[in-house]
Design a protein around this ligand. Structure first.
Ligand SMILES: C[S@@+](CC[C@H](N)C(=O)[O-])C[C@H]1O[C@@H](n2cnc3c(N)ncnc32)[C@H](O)[C@@H]1O
Length: 281
């Protein structure tokens, strides 16, 4: 297990006994904020009430259980066994189930889900190759035509632009941001702070999107939903898996397990490694 994985797992372990809404950012969020985030993501996924949804990296089900009224069936997976136990305790009925699984090797057949969400998980994967494998898995288990949301990728280019703004305009965030957001922004965006020390996986998001498109996947790039301070430096991708006829018409669209070069999927309602080794997690 890499040091990064160990570091993240010890953080995630603490969330099992914490306030349920901590299990998203590590800081307590209000029910309202989580309801709103779940709603924005449900819109991105195009949920109308009759879908089967997979939530990858579901933690204690903080988002998963909120989709029980927006879908026919919701399955949450996470590699942390304690969080899966907690998710089951908190589930509160409805068509929601949880199981332990690793994002890079999902225990599901190809083309099973109408919608797949993996929000705020790519930031804590060990490296880019792992992220590529996780993206392929998310695409593999989605039905043709399904939406796949890969949410909240820390964007290295956006951070650099914000740092340049900071340097040009002084400590603008002190004047502009509420106190609750300042700590995170200072830590993440100050010129003296290095991205490496965050333990986050930073992406050249445009390059990552170009790779997916080169493999035939339609990708729409969005600002992150307004939540914590993420919208300042993170991006959310909505992928669409091509249908069989689209894949046949466009050879590149078959590259990722039957994964379009067609235009990005519109929002329904605009509104907006290794397998974990040797542990029980
Ligand atoms: C920051 S939390 C996000 C939880 C939830 N998706 C949300 O946005 O509120 C990240 C979650 O991803 C899980 N995770 C990280 N790497 C994973 C992997 N390789 N496979 C499955 N889950 C993983 C962690 O255990 C943790 O619960």
């Amino acid at each position: 297990m890499t040091a990064t994985l160990r570091q993240w797992q010890s953080v995630f372990d603490t969330w099992a006994d914490a306030d349920p809404n901590v299990a998203s950012t590590g800081e307590r969020q209000s029910d309202r904020a989580m309801d709103r985030l779940a709603g924005v993501l449900a819109d991105m996924l195009g949920l109308c009430g009759d879908e089967s949804v997979l939530d990858i990296g579901c933690s204690n089900g903080v988002l998963t259980r909120r989709w029980s009224t927006r879908a026919r069936e919701v399955i949450g997976v996470d590699y942390n066994a304690r969080l899966i136990e907690r998710a089951r305790e908190l589930a509160g009925g409805g068509p929601v189930t949880f199981q332990r699984a690793d994002a890079q090797s999902l225990p599901f057949d190809d083309g099973l889900f109408d919608a797949v969400c993996c929000y705020n998980v790519f930031c804590c994967l060990p490296d880019l190759d792992f992220a590529r494998r996780a993206a392929r898995e998310a695409i593999r288990v989605a039905k043709p035509g399904a939406a796949i949301v890969l949410g909240s990728l820390p964007d290295a280019r956006r951070r650099l632009r914000l740092v340049a703004d900071c340097e040009a305009n002084g400590r603008w965030y002190v004047r502009v941001l509420p106190r609750s957001l300042r700590w995170g922004v200072k830590r993440l965006l100050c010129p003296s702070w290095s991205p490496e020390s965050s333990g986050l996986l930073w992406f050249d998001v445009e390059d990552f999107v170009a790779e997916l498109r080169a493999e035939g996947i339609a990708v729409a790039l969005h600002d992150d939903p307004v939540y914590a301070n993420y919208h300042l430096y993170r991006r959310t991708l909505i992928l669409t898996k091509p249908t069989a006829s689209e894949a046949a018409a466009d050879p590149a669209a078959g590259v990722v397990a039957g994964a379009t070069t067609r235009g990005p999927r519109p929002l329904h309602q605009p509104g907006s490694g290794p397998t974990v080794e040797g542990g029980t997690r």
